[in-house]
Design a protein around this ligand. Structure first.
Ligand code: FAD
Length: 379
């Protein structure tokens, strides 16, 4: 660890490592990433790895589309096979009002250049005879959506960033930050470091990091549980999701089924416990919709956190209050899939003063002063 860096990033999840990699790729490798535990120990390593471009808000569609084009090259670019599969995302609606909204979403998504289809329940059954479509009103499908292994994608960015000269320090916790006239002083469990620029990529702890520099980030973390079955031969290509049905599920490259749901009774806060209630509810619901699952044993169950923002869209940009303090936080359950585009955009913003591929100006903190239009497509 040096005493001084141009850029310090707090958080060694996929967002922090993607930002670090893109900064180095664009020529700035005087960068340090502080990770208080091991890489991918936060939400990233606990997530389902879904990569979806079908959103209700144009900003998310645009970021996800850019991310997909970066995910497509990531294994080759970094030399780490991230187990990326584009088997499509099947979005099932069980609610008439939601189905009507899906038709509007598809119009908007197609307008942005996304190739997305609307499927009737009969068409879903024809494509995927092993899904019970009872109650399904309508579905949408995008073949270019898919999934990857979140640990490997996190490691891929870290490995490539290190190769370009970035210092990534695990088991190094930032405990306090002092804002100086010309930068920041970071107090860590391994010593004191100065940086000109500070980036908050601390996932579930984003608000705490904001507080350290006197910036109130309106994010709150909620526990989400997730479980995985034993492995069987691969046959299930898409990732299936439903907002009205409250579930998501996919088969991994190694044959396991991984699945989760949201719980409206969760209170904000960090809580890594798991509950039997989750397993019972998931097993019952999922075996009805995907009858083949009833034959499989659950092998593991864990929890992680969604770092929620008020409109369920990320908060990205530079603080208007503390110059050179940047954040990429509040991903609201979809930060894995947005990390490539966000890392690239934030690196460009810092180095060139503007982004080159996607416009992230509408995702700054100021937006909440104008009111909140919530992203609807979140489980
Ligand atoms: P994290 O991965 O949490 O990384 C932040 C890191 O900061 C942590 O490793 C933490 O240890 C570190 N840190 C915090 N404070 C400090 C400090 N003071 N000093 C040093 N280090 C610190 N997203 C998708 O796109 N697709 C999905 O299918 C999906 N499924 C999900 C399923 C579940 C069950 C959960 C919980 C989340 C899911 N998500 C999904 C959301 C996704 O996991 C997150 O949005 C994403 O991983 C956020 O990445 P991050 O790098 O911002 O945060």
């Amino acid at each position: 660890m040096k005493n001084e860096y141009k850029v310090a990033i707090i958080g060694g999840g996929i967002v922090g490592c993607s930002i670090a990699y893109h900064l180095a790729k664009f020529g700035e490798s005087d960068v340090v990433v502080f990770e208080k535990s091991y890489l991918s120990s936060g939400s990233t390593g606990r997530c389902a790895g879904g990569i979806r471009q079908q959103w209700s808000s144009p900003n998310n569609v645009i970021l996800a589309m850019r991310s997909v084009s970066l995910f497509e090259k990531l294994s080759q670019e970094t030399g780490v096979d991230i187990e990326y599969e584009q088997g499509g995302y099947l979005v099932l609606s069980y609610d008439d009002q939601e189905a009507a909204q899906f038709e509007k979403n598809v119009e908007m998504q197609r307008g942005l250049g996304l190739d997305v289809q609307i499927l009737t329940p009969k068409q879903v059954k024809e494509r995927y005879p092993y899904i019970d479509v009872d109650g399904v009103r309508l579905a949408t499908f995008c073949q270019k959506d898919g999934h990857a292994n979140p640990h490997l994608a996190n490691f891929a960015y870290a490995k490539a960033a290190r190769r370009l000269g970035v210092d990534i320090l695990t088991h190094t916790e930032v405990i306090a930050v002092e804002v100086l006239k010309d930068g920041f002083e970071l107090f860590t469990n391994k010593g004191i470091v100065r940086s000109q620029i500070l980036i908050n990529a601390a996932g579930p702890y984003s608000r705490e990091i904001g507080k350290m520099v006197g910036v109130d980030l309106p994010t709150e973390s909620y526990r989400h549980q997730i479980m995985v079955t034993e492995a069987v031969k691969n046959f299930f290509d898409p990732m299936a999701i439903s907002f009205s049905g409250n579930f998501y599920m996919r088969q991994t490259k190694h044959g396991q089924f991984i699945m989760g749901q949201g719980d409206i009774d969760e209170k904000p806060g960090i809580n890594n416990d798991v509950t039997y209630k989750f397993e019972k509810e998931m097993a019952k619901k999922m075996s009805k919709i995907f009858p083949f699952l009833s034959k499989l044993r659950i092998v593991r169950h864990w929890s992680g956190h969604y770092n929620m923002s008020p409109d369920a869209q990320p908060i990205i940009g530079e603080s208007p209050k503390v110059p050179n303090f940047y954040y990429a936080v509040g991903f609201s359950g979809h930060g894995f899939m947005l990390a490539p585009a966000v890392g690239e955009a934030l690196a460009q913003m810092i180095l060139y003063g503007k982004t080159l591929h996607v416009d992230i100006s509408e995702l700054n903190l100021d937006r909440f002063e104008k009111g909140v239009v919530r992203e609807k497509n979140v489980v």
